[in-house]
Write a protein that binds this ligand. Structure first.
Ligand SMILES: [Zn+2]
Length: 237
């Protein structure tokens, strides 16, 4: 079942449910809901970016080259850069993903290597969270969650059936393990994956300085309230 059509069908069903949940339970605007549903569906194919051949892989890079610059747009606009610069950055990112990243992936990844792993899923989620800026943090969590949901659906399906992206039985090479894994036999690939994950987590943590400040203020307020209770009680004793 888990040819690329199988993956796409499964993640699309999940995406529709995820989008509906955004509309009905989390009261999100329909643009965000649709974006999340689409990202979930597309991410169901994401791990197979490490596959070296085939039309779906080319389509995936083509799609990523469009979607990633679009996700970056709000962030670039909020940085108040001149329009020419924004366009230049978007175009560079587009061409880099379309040609550069595709070539790098072909050289450096092994099919069903570390790109088919739980830390890679977290990296995908963190990357979307960092790339996409939205005044409502819930939308950022929602989109990051969608990418991880789609990614996870792929890993689970791969784990269940050993069928390749093109629908043929695959011969796994020495570095390939199972899909739902935390480590691969290649320690270099494993280390690089965790290093990237740690780097992204660090950057994401920086973005939480604002909320943390707010938390400190709340704690201070709570302490003040607590101490005023203490004072009120003091004369009784
Ligand atoms: Zn796969």
């Amino acid at each position: 079942m888990a040819s690329y059509r199988g993956h796409l069908a499964f993640s699309t069903i999940l995406g529709v449910g995820y989008g509906a949940a955004a509309l009905y339970y989390w009261q999100m605007d329909w643009v965000s809901a649709l974006l999340g549903a689409g990202l979930t569906a597309a991410s169901g194919m994401l791990p197979d970016l490490d596959s070296d051949s085939g039309v779906p892989v080319r389509a995936l890079f083509g799609g990523a080259a469009v979607v990633i610059p679009l996700l970056m747009l709000p962030r670039l606009l909020s940085a108040q850069l001149p329009l020419e610069q924004v366009l230049l950055i978007l175009a560079s990112v587009h061409f880099f993903i379309r040609y550069g990243a595709a070539a790098i992936f072909r050289k450096s990844t092994v099919h069903r290597g570390m790109f088919h792993s739980v830390p890679a899923m977290l990296i995908a989620g963190l990357a979307v969270f960092l790339l996409y800026h939205h005044p409502n943090d819930l939308v950022r969590y929602y989109l990051a969650g969608g990418v991880m949901l789609g990614f996870l659906s792929h890993l689970v399906l791969d784990e269940l059936c050993s069928v390749d992206i093109m629908g043929a039985k695959i011969k796994l090479n020495q570095f390939a393990g199972t899909a739902l894994k935390f480590f691969s036999p290649s320690w270099g690939a494993t280390a690089a994956t965790y290093l990237l994950l740690a780097g992204l987590a660090y950057i994401a943590a920086q973005e939480f300085d604002g909320p943390r400040e707010q938390l400190k203020q709340w704690q201070q307020k709570a302490l003040n309230v607590g101490s005023s209770f203490g004072k009120a009680k003091a004369p009784i004793r």
